[in-house]
Design a protein around this ligand. Structure first.
Ligand code: FMN
Ligand code: SF4
Ligand code: SF4
Length: 239
């Protein structure tokens, strides 16, 4: 989604893992964050990225956030607005797009036809967002928000779900490729005897390890094995 929006704006999308913590915008330039909802919040890693980054604006800049979500995006745009504000940046607009819900301890993504239907339905929503960005529309236009006082509750749930003790690996399926450990954004996984071991008590709970494993050998809390794996098809091919 970030790539699609950036291309429409004549820009390039970058992962926050690859961007420096000095972001300087020239006169009139646009800055956007595209982020999933994690327990209705801006994910820990995205929040930390904004907190650690120095933003230098020049004038006539436009700053937005797009939340991708599967059920209720909640506070993602509001969280981003608040984090930007702490850095002296006014976030001009918030948007959201419904996508397949990759929280597979609950949601079932095992039917590729249904999943593709949701992905296809997102395309016109992204087109609308691009039009609004081009018109520099202001305000929080995101869907399915929640009252901010509930955030304390979702925060506790997120903290609970981040425990890596919930992960398990089926060693009969695991081929020891190490992709899970290599790509974990917080280095919470180590390869030991050719199998992954979670060495941190808590992680960023992106579920990237589970969804990217080429053998679907990683499960979470015994609740994910029948719910499939999901990555956007464009990204999957590049692995
Ligand atoms: C740990 C975790 C928590 C999630 N929490 C929510 C949520 O609270 N509300 C929601 O609508 N979607 C939630 N989702 C679903 C994702 O926000 C959604 O699938 C999003 O499109 C994923 O984007 P990505 O493919 O860029 O990772 C969650 C996903 C994960 C992995
Ligand atoms: S990505 Fe899957 S197959 Fe590869 S090491 Fe990790 S668990 Fe094993
Ligand atoms: S869910 Fe997996 S890849 Fe993501 S932070 Fe946790 S251990 Fe790392």
């Amino acid at each position: 989604m970030a790539e699609r929006i950036a291309a429409a704006l004549g820009d390039i999308a970058r992962s926050i893992e690859q961007v420096s913590h000095e972001v300087a915008l020239k006169e009139g330039e646009v800055l956007g964050i595209v982020s999933p909802a994690n327990w209705n919040e801006l994910p820990v890693l995205v929040r930390e990225f904004i907190q650690k980054t120095t933003f230098t604006l020049s004038g006539n800049n436009y700053v937005f956030t797009v939340a991708t979500f599967g059920m209720i995006q909640g506070f993602v745009c509001e969280d981003a607005r608040r984090e930007f504000k702490k850095k002296g940046v006014t976030m001009d607009a918030g948007f959201s797009v419904l996508m397949p819900d990759n929280w597979t301890p609950i949601f079932d993504l095992s039917d590729p036809v249904k999943v593709q239907r949701t992905v296809d339905a997102a395309e016109p929503q992204i087109d609308d967002i691009i039009k609004m960005i081009n018109r520099r529309v202001k305000g929080n236009r995101s869907h399915r928000r929640m009252p901010y006082f509930l955030r304390a509750i979702t925060d506790r749930l997120l903290h609970y779900e981040r425990q890596t003790r919930f992960f398990s690996v089926d060693e009969s399926l695991c081929v020891g490729c190490g992709a899970c450990a290599r790509k974990c954004p917080v280095a919470a996984i180590e390869m030991q005897d050719k199998h992954p071991v979670w060495t941190k008590e808590r992680c960023a709970i992106c579920l990237g390890c589970l969804h990217r494993c080429p053998k679907f050998a990683i499960q979470y809390d015994g609740k994910t094995q029948n719910h499939g794996q999901y990555q956007h098809s464009k990204y999957w091919k590049r692995q």
